[in-house]
Design a protein around this ligand. Structure first.
Ligand code: NDP
Length: 322
């Protein structure tokens, strides 16, 4: 079968379309024939070597498809079930083996492509707005890169919870998408300084929480956008990592709360995985959250998908189709 592997970290050219052995299920595992694999910014961090993993590595942490075989002791899923997962490496492939306790059965009414698009970014948006800082009616949040995969989901979920949403984006086209996803105010941070804009929009008060997946270029000013005792949730580094921080900054900017969360720690227990996946997939099935699968690439063209994502050319979700 075919899979996209990296043998040495590097640019998009490091992604190789290799022949690899078909997986067989070990104890507790299920083998899945993929309908789609999700592309996420974390795949870029693994490709460049910013995040480490043993090599060669089949990239990809999210997918969906049909179970084709199960190993000893697997009772949760059976051959033929439509399933989705995240947090297990190896989804940039035609087939993969996944621990059965990481699989979520797709509810009827949720297509495999939607499952592949929803698991990583959907459950991340879910924990950010319900756990990292539980948004409530009347809150105001700032969402950076509001038309990205994470951004469009954060806007929708924050609105659902009754918050006022301020989004930042780099282009007019992205601004329109963020607005359609529920952003009340959109700032073109490529043209305007977002800090005074946020102050103006909030009447000088500042926002209750910043959800920042952009990192290097947004972090410092984001601290100034918060109300005293506001919540800075740094969840990614699309523009590069944030430099080391003097913690006294957190004091003088207003006794702030600072978090650097990861999805893994929010779905480690199977009950929590099922609860978050159930909520997100339920919203998708019921039309309360809309996925925008804006870009689909054949598996062999994973490098093009990465170029587009890193080049800020994408909006919404990117899938690879094996
Ligand atoms: P996106 O679809 O949001 O793509 C990244 C976006 O970031 C771009 O479209 C661009 O939007 C913006 N951006 C700003 N500066 C740059 C830059 N220099 N290079 C590239 N992009 C830039 O990606 P994802 O939705 O996959 O991920 C968004 C962030 O969320 C990432 O940092 C990712 O690591 C993080 N994440 C974290 C998780 C966690 O649990 N901690 C889980 C999932 C994602 P614009 O053009 O509008 O500026």
């Amino acid at each position: 079968m075919k899979a996209i592997r990296i043998h040495t970290p590097g640019g998009p050219e490091a992604l190789q379309y290799d022949d690899v052995a078909e997986p067989t299920p070990g104890a507790g595992q299920a083998v899945i024939k993929l309908a789609a694999a999700g592309v996420n910014f974390i795949d870029v961090y693994f490709r460049t070597g910013a995040y480490k993993a043993p090599l060669p590595l089949v990239l990809g942490l999210e997918g969906a498809g049909a179970v084709t075989a199960v190993g000893a002791g697997v009772t949760d899923v059976k051959v033929g079930d439509a399933v989705a997962w995240t947090g297990v490496p190896g989804s940039y492939a035609q087939m993969t083996a996944v621990p059965a306790d990481r699989l979520v059965k797709l509810p009827s009414g949720v297509a495999p492509k939607d499952g592949a698009a929803a698991m990583l970014q959907g459950m991340t948006a879910h924990y950010l707005v319900t756990s990292s800082y539980p948004l409530k009616k009347g809150d105001t949040c700032l969402v950076h890169a509001a038309a990205g995969g994470m951004g469009l989901l954060l806007c929708q979920m924050a609105k659902m919870l009754g918050a006022t949403v301020i989004g930042t984006v780099s282009t007019e086209e992205k601004a329109a998408l963020a607005k359609a996803a529920g952003a009340d105010h959109v700032i073109l941070y490529s043209k305007q300084d977002f800090e005074p804009e946020v102050k103006r929009i909030t009447g000088g008060r500042g926002v209750d929480v910043v959800y920042d997946g952009v990192g290097a270029t947004t972090f410092d000013k984001s601290l100034n956008c918060l109300r005293p005792r506001g919540f800075m949730i740094l969840f990614g580094a699309a523009s590069g990592p944030v430099p080391p921080l003097d913690l006294q900054v957190i004091n003088v900017r207003g006794s702030l709360f600072l978090q650097r969360p990861s999805l893994n720690h929010h779905i480690a227990a199977r009950e929590e995985l099922l609860q978050r996946a159930g909520a997100v997939l339920g919203w998708i099935r019921d039309g309360k959250v809309k996925l925008r699968i804006e870009h689909q690439f054949p598996l062999a063209q994973a490098a093009d998908a990465h170029k587009a994502l890193e080049g800020r050319k994408t909006t919404g979700k990117i899938l690879l189709i094996p």
